[in-house]
Write a protein that binds this ligand. Structure first.
Ligand code: PRT
Ligand code: ZN
Length: 283
């Protein structure tokens, strides 16, 4: 394979983050809203901009080698693709929701009811697994207004903040599937060297996003206490300062532990703490 083709969403919730991820991988390309294809000038890669629903099939059929799409779309299209990397954005949960004033207690109460959705395949699989016979009504958008219009007793839709449900007097009833953006590839092509190189870049960007570079000053007598608190990528660097008896400690800390560590470090005598973003971490 001389040039790799990646399919990403043309416009919508995943487009901006997908473009940002590729740019953060050091790839140079034009991103005109009108074009369907863009050539990367510094890596053998072409970017195809598509509707998200078409991406899994394009990858399965080899029109694109890899693709970036929500897990829910893959599950709905029932295609055979390889999962290469979870990407940590586009997170959401697919839920069955019911009107606030309904008195459903267990999922068995959905038996015989009508559920409106744009994701009939995922919903039907779930209902079959739970042995519930409900009437799945497929509609292409604005699913949340279906109960108010008398079209359905419940809905099955993507929820992220829950705001859409609340403003339509609906409440979450059952969580069916959680989803995030994922990099997919054609089965059997996972070890293609170009795919592996791009994957390595993506992983180094993701690792860097999860961590911060921290520099702090500490009196030597408190150094052991500080080092015990620092979970670095390797061992932290300790450099002497001009002021006698003081050192600077450089390390990398996972973002999720950030505040608790910073407070512990301050309590243990750390001063002049500087926190910096990291562009890439190559292991
Ligand atoms: O045009 P194209 O077909 O490419 O895009 P699309 O309109 O089908 O999809 P798009 O851009 O809306 O979403 C792309 C992907 O983003 C989805 O397949 C999910 O994997 C993911 N995602 C993450 C979401 C949401 N969060 C989300 N909140 N997709 C849709 N929503 C909608 C949901 O359908 C509902 O209408 O947002 C509303 C609920 O949001 P809250 O915040 O009010 O709960
Ligand atoms: Zn779509």
């Amino acid at each position: 394979m001389k040039t790799l083709k990646i399919a990403i969403q043309k416009s919508g919730r995943l487009n901006e983050k997908s473009v940002e991820l590729l740019k953060n991988c050091g790839l140079s390309f034009e991103n005109y809203k009108s074009s369907l294809i863009s050539t990367v000038s510094n890596f053998p890669l072409e970017i195809l901009f598509l509707r998200d629903d078409d991406i899994p099939e394009y990858v399965q059929d080899g029109i694109a080698d890899i693709g970036l799409v929500g897990e829910n779309v893959i599950a709905e299209t029932n295609v055979e693709v390889a999962y290469l990397q979870r990407l940590g954005f586009g997170k959401c949960t697919l839920k069955i929701a019911v009107p606030n004033d309904s008195d459903y207690k267990t999922i068995l109460d959905l038996d015989g009811k009508a559920i409106a959705t744009s994701y009939p395949v995922i919903l039907q699989k779930f209902l079959d697994k739970e042995n519930i016979k409900a009437d799945v009504k497929t509609i292409s958008g604005s699913v949340e207004i279906a109960p108010g219009l008398g079209l359905a007793d419940a809905i099955f839709d993507i929820v992220s903040t829950g705001g859409t449900l609340r403003s339509n007097n609906l409440m979450p009833f059952v969580d069916v599937m959680s989803s995030e953006a994922i990099l997919i590839g054609r089965k059997g092509e996972e070890n293609n060297p170009l795919i592996l190189e791009l994957l390595q870049r993506i992983q180094s960007v993701m690792r860097a996003k999860e961590t911060k570079y921290v520099v702090l000053n500490v009196e030597k007598i408190n150094l052991d206490k500080i080092l015990a608190l620092l979970p670095g990528v390797k061992s932290p660097s300790v450099l002497p300062l001009a002021e006698k008896g003081w050192v600077a400690v450089h390390t990398v800390i996972p973002e999720r532990d950030f505040w608790s560590h910073i407070n512990e470090l301050k309590a243990a005598g750390a001063q002049g703490i500087v926190v910096m973003p990291i562009e890439k971490i190559i292991l």
